[in-house]
Write a protein that binds this ligand. Structure first.
Ligand code: DON
Length: 341
């Protein structure tokens, strides 16, 4: 497949009298082609360190793209549910910024890439804070900022807000939550180190519950792409029009996703795909094209860095065909996708 030349897009859409079925059908073709091409890839392995995650079907493969005006393009197992895992982290960070402001939030978590794995037990030597909100230590610090009393209320508030972004009611997978809680000793160790350093308060169990429950929330590819499109659409849900996220904070969240969203693969990702994005060990990955669209891919086999193998391949190819890289010469602010709107 070749990149669609901008001149061809402009010409084809001019002839459709304000309606844009041509590019829509091209995007569907591209997504179908990518799905077809990569469904044969069976490299990587499903995560099993949380036993419930090991129950995922390794052959599942879904793709969804949602534009900021609510057009939805899907392929494969786009409606298969999986737990959001680390992909909850940018949204939790957004909530913390909305609730406490950047000044207070950054007393508890930094915004520097760590270049380390998601579960690394390392803190910024200068400040003692976790490096950023995308690694577990930072996400637990963020969870402690958005937890509520009783703990169930904080989880409910998070899940309800995510449901507003997805455009449907979401829920926590109780079996995964139990499995995470039972096996999450490394996260418990991190939380107690954060308590010891004065980064989080002594409601450690509630902070961990908030974090584990956020990770255990069920979504499908369409939900994630809708949530990403809500971010892309300055915080407004593309279909309901509801203002879900405060847009003033979104730029901070997207910046951290860009530099830290894929852990020790973040530099390569920025180089090759060039989008703010987040991956999770369930095999999901989502990306945001500011003012244009959200994309999500699900395929549970992971590479050595804990990222979905097919997810990375599919996003690379999608970004390349549609010119989505933030610094691609054809991605001129929000003008590229205006042909779709
Ligand atoms: O903290 C954990 O172990 C998980 N609940 C979340 C991990 C995750 O998704 C890391 N991302 N790639």
């Amino acid at each position: 497949m070749q990149r669609i030349p901008a001149s061809e897009i402009a010409e084809a859409n001019k002839s459709t009298d304000g309606v844009t079925p041509w590019l829509g059908s091209q995007i569907q073709k591209i997504i179908d082609g990518i799905h077809q091409k990569y469904k044969v890839v069976d490299d990587g392995a499903v995560a099993t360190y949380i036993p419930e995650l090991g129950r995922a079907n390794p052959t599942d493969f879904g793709i969804c793209l949602v534009t900021v005006d609510g057009q939805v393009f899907t392929a494969g197992d786009w409606d298969r549910e999986f737990t959001i895992q680390s992909m909850c982290k940018p949204f939790a960070f957004q909530l913390a910024l909305e609730r406490h402001g950047a000044g207070e939030t950054l007393k508890h978590v930094g915004v520097e890439p760590s270049g380390e794995a998601f579960n690394s037990i390392e803190f910024d030597p200068k400040t003692g804070r976790p490096f950023n909100p995308m690694v577990n230590a930072g996400a637990i610090a963020v969870a402690s900022l958005i937890k509520q009393k009783p703990a169930a209320a904080g989880v409910k508030a998070f899940v309800e807000k995510m449901g507003k972004a997805a455009g449907r009611r979401l829920q926590v997978d109780e079996a995964v939550l139990a499995s995470e809680t039972l096996t999450g000793n490394r996260n418990r160790a991190i939380a107690y180190m954060l308590l010891n350093a004065g980064i989080i308060d002594d409601g450690v169990q509630d902070s961990l519950h908030q974090y584990f429950a956020q990770c255990s929330m069920l979504v499908n590819c369409k939900d994630l792409a809708m949530m990403a499109a809500t971010m892309a659409n300055i915080g407004n849900q593309p279909l309901t029009g509801e203002a879900v996220f405060d847009f003033q904070n979104l730029k901070h969240v997207l910046a951290v996703m860009f530099s830290c969203g894929l852990y020790d693969y973040a530099g390569n990702w920025a180089f090759e795909v060039g989008l703010p994005a987040k991956s999770g060990v369930s095999g999901g990955i989502f990306g945001v094209v500011n003012r244009q669209l959200g994309i999500a891919v699900y395929s549970p086999r992971l590479d050595a860095q804990g990222n979905s193998v097919r997810g990375i391949l599919a996003c690379k190819e999608l970004a390349s065909h549609l010119g989505l890289h933030a610094f691609d010469f054809s991605n001129v602010g929000s003008s590229f996708m205006q042909w779709l709107l």
